[in-house]
Ligand binder design. Structure first.
Ligand SMILES: [Zn+2]
Length: 447
């Protein structure tokens, strides 16, 4: 470790060299996997695992989806506790993690003791990159130990040597009191939570949250922190000097990407344990790591024993912001998450992420609106829209009147120009759109 790098050897390895090293780990990984897991044995039939490092062979390896994992667990032919995904005997599993999936039944994953140490090291790298140090006092706001952002985050924060203050699961009033009393300087949570919690601090303490000692906000779990207007709000609410976005996935590893002090955008921080590819989500073709490239992240956990994943489709769409060596010294590409396939809407034939609409509105009009906005669906499962998508936006108290019609028109035009979709702007009173405690939904269905 240096002052700035958790893992100097891997953090500064040129990306193509790192990926070549990772590819060399794939052949032994695949060979072992087929022998250990009936789920993968079936999927790898006919593939010469010894040649897995060859790109033309690797791309024949089938993708794994969340539905595959769920089926491998729910319709297992083995009696392993974690179903057919499991690659070790039951007693070797030292911890179980539940995916907090918003769609469908939860899937459970396991870690052996060795897996747990690998996770702790890589997730620590993510938090170190995001600004946590030995002298940090960190409030972890996740409420549940069972989820990927629970115990694994706690382990990683302690691994850095920081002071862990696990406040999640308490009432907001108690969380506020603890944050004040222990002079917490770093908060780990979602961007929505950081906003919500600043409001509660101000209410409970009757003075602004910026008067507390909190100066670093580390947030993940939702796309959007890449947006300057949202950052600006969190910065001023907390008087924060550092805002870092992080990203992970319970199915793969709960910490994979972290933002360095240069920001914005996140470096890949799990290179010792996870191989990441970018693909075109429609064709499955590989997308090269070049600035401006967009694609879905696909992960292979080449060191994981208990429940490995092979070419796992994350459904997270990334945009590559930079690939040259960063001023922080790290060599992994810098990306931002532009949305999830699960959230995607279709207006006529155009695909659009709700987060993209939010970003366009916040970028152009944050000075004129109150902040919260959401898209309204007729039913929860609605994806397609033939008419302009209803977009509810809060106006500041006292705004409205004739100017509001002009503002609605300008917002609609900007969204149409940028995204080629139409929205029907409806202004609502301040406080109409609840700011979620854990995640801010950008869409909701009319009850
Ligand atoms: Zn950097």
């Amino acid at each position: 470790m240096t002052d700035q790098l958790w893992d100097p050897e891997f953090d500064t390895k040129p990306w193509d060299e790192l990926q070549a090293w990772q590819r060399a780990q794939l052949a032994p990984f695949l060979t072992g996997l087929a022998g250990r897991s009936p789920f993968y044995a079936a999927r790898l039939a006919g593939i010469d695992a010894r040649r897995a490092a060859e790109p033309q062979l690797w791309t024949q390896v089938p993708f794994t989806t969340k539905d595959d994992l769920r089926a491998g667990q729910q319709q297992a032919v083995t009696d392993n506790m974690l179903g057919d995904l499991q690659g070790v005997e039951d007693p070797e599993v030292s911890q179980v993690i539940a995916s907090s999936g918003t769609t469908g039944a939860p899937v459970f994953f396991g870690l052996t003791e060795e897996d747990r140490l690998a996770w702790t090291d890589s997730i620590a790298n993510m938090f170190f990159t995001a600004g946590i140090r030995k002298d940090s006092v960190v409030a972890l706001t996740t409420g549940m130990p069972l989820v990927a952002g629970g115990m694994p985050y706690a382990d990683a924060i302690r691994r850095i040597g920081a002071t862990l203050v696990w406040v999640g699961g308490q009432t907001p009033a108690r969380m506020v009191a603890i944050t004040e009393k222990l002079k917490v300087d770093t908060i780990v949570g979602t961007a929505s939570f950081a906003t919500f919690f600043a409001g509660r601090c101000a209410e409970v303490l009757e003075r602004p949250a910026s008067e507390l000692a909190v100066r670093t906000i580390i947030a993940g779990g939702e796309p959007g922190l890449g947006q300057e207007a949202i950052r600006g709000r969190i910065r001023s609410d907390w008087g924060a000097t550092r805002i870092s976005e992080v990203m992970g996935l319970g199915d793969v590893m709960s910490g994979l990407w972290g933002e360095c002090p240069e920001g914005p955008g996140m470096h890949f921080t799990a290179g010792r344990n996870v191989y990441v590819e970018l693909i075109d989500p429609d064709t499955g073709d590989i997308v090269e790591w070049t600035p401006g490239a967009k694609g879905e992240a696909v992960y292979t956990t080449f060191t994981r024993q208990a429940t490995p994943v092979l070419r796992f489709r994350s459904r997270d769409h990334l945009e590559v912001l930079a690939t040259s060596e960063c001023a922080c010294g790290r060599t992994a590409p810098v990306v931002r998450c532009i949305g999830r396939t699960d959230d995607m809407l279709i207006y006529k034939a155009m695909n659009v992420f709700p987060s993209a609409i939010r970003d366009v509105v916040m970028e152009g009009f944050s000075a004129e609106i109150a902040g919260p906005l959401r898209l309204r669906k007729e039913r929860t499962e609605q994806v397609r829209f033939d008419d302009p998508i209803p977009l509810e936006i809060e106006l500041p108290a006292g705004a409205g009147g004739p100017e509001a019609g002009d503002l609605a028109w300008r917002i609609g035009e900007r969204v149409r120009e940028r995204l080629r979709v139409r929205v029907a702007v409806e202004f609502v009173d301040p406080g109409t759109i609840a700011i979620g405690e854990y995640k801010n939904a950008l869409t909701y269905a009319r009850a």
